[in-house]
Design a protein around this ligand. Sequence first.
Ligand SMILES: Cc1ncc(COP(=O)(O)O)c(C=O)c1O
Length: 438
Amino acid sequence: MTLRPNDLNAYWMPFTANRQFKANPRMIVGADGMYFKTSDGRDVLDGIAGLWCCNAGHNRPRIVEAIKKQVSELDYAPAFQMGHPKQFELASRLASMMPGDLNRVFFTNSGSESVETALKMALAYHRVRGEGHRTRLIGREKGYHGVNFGGMSVGGMPANRKMFGTLVAGVDHLRHTHGVEGNLFAKGQPENGAELADDLERLCQLHDPSTIAAVIVEPLAGSAGVILPPKGYLERLRKICDTHGILLIFDEVITGFGRLGTPFAVDKFGVEPDIVTTAKGLTNGVIPMGAVFVQDKIYEAFMEGPENMVEFFHGYTFSGNPMACAAALGTLDTYQEDGLLTRATDLSDYWQQAVHSLKGLPHVIDLRNMGFIAGIELEPYPGKPTKRAFEAFLKAYEMGLLIRTTGDTIALSPPLIIEKTHIDFAFETLATIIRNLE
Ligand SMILES: Cc1ncc(COP(=O)(O)O)c(C=O)c1O
C-alpha cells in the first residue's frame, strides 16, 4: 500500500462508521473551554464532554501544568512491587471523596479495565473468604460496561455482544428499566419500576444465591440511551444483595465526577455499593486512567497469608502511571476550585427546562434528564433504526454542536462548566434540527 500524507486508510476507527467517516471526515484539531476547533476552522460546542469525560472542559491550565511538570520529573515508575508518591496521594484523596467504606482504590487505564478489575475482585474476594462457589456474575439488559470480555458479558447491548462468541460463562442478566409504563417524559428519576429490582430474586431462585458473586449495574445507564433508575430501584437491589451475600458493583464510569450534580452517583442516590468503577472524568479525559473503589472489608479479606506474597494477581503496566496521577490530581484541583462536582445541581432546573422544551416536537417520543445529562429519544425511521438520530448528529455537527447518539436516542452530557447561553444554543439548535428531520 502506498502511503500518502493525510491518508485515512490505515486507521481502523473504533465504534465508527469507517466508510461514512472517511468519505466525509470530521476532524478536530484543537479544543478550549466548551469548544472544539475543527480542521475547517469552525468552533463546535462540545455537548458531550468529549465522550462523557472532559468534565472540566478543555485545556484546563492546572491539568496541563501538572502533566508538563510530571513528565520532566518522573516519566515512569514500575507499577509492580514499586511505587511513587502521587499514586498514594491520589488514592487517599479519592478515598476521602467517596462516602462510606469505599476507602481502597485500585488504578487501571480505562473504564473497561476498571470493570474487568471489579469483576475479578468480586470473584477472588469470595474465594479468599472460602466461598469459591460464588462464580456467577449478574449484569443487566441494556447495560454497558466496556468492551473487554468480562464487561461485554455482563453488558446487555446486543450489537456489542453478538459477534463475539459465547462470552464469559456463568453470566445472567436482570431486566432493563427502559420504557416502564407511566415513565415517559419523567423529569429526573421516574416514579415507576422499582419492582424490576426483584428480578434479582428471580435469578437467585433460578441459580441459587450461593452461586452468585456479584451484580453490576450502571446507577444511570448512559450508553444505551440515558436510562434512569426508578425511585427505590437501587435501594431494593442493595437490599436483595445484602440478604444473599452478593456484592453490588456500581459502574460509575459515566456518573462519576459530577455528572449527576454530586461527586458520585453513590451520593446522588444514597446507596452504597461494595465496589465502584470509574474512569473518564478522573483525569478529565486527558490521560487514560481508571480507578476502582472497594470497601475496606474487600481489601482486608485479601491481606492474609505470607507477607511476601502478592495478594491479588492482577494489575496493569500503567496502573497508577505518574502522568495519569498528575493529570488526575490537577483535575481534582480544578473540580474543587471551580465547584464543578455540584454545579449540575446548581443549574439543574435550567437544564431540565431546556431538555423538556423539546416535548411536542416531531419524532420526540421521550425525554429524560438528570444532572447534566439528557436523553432525547426519537421515533426510529421506518425500517431503518438509528438513521434518524445519526442524521441529527451530522446536522448538529454542521451547525456547530457535538452530540452523541445511541440507537435513536440523542445523548447530551456537556462539560460541567457549561453556561446558560451554551445550554440555550444547544437546545435551540437541536429544536431546529429535529423540526427538519425526515
Ligand atoms: C458505564 C461504562 N462502563 C465502562 C465504559 C468503558 O470505558 P472505556 O471506554 O474507557 O473502556 C463506559 C464507556 O463509555 C461506560 O459508559
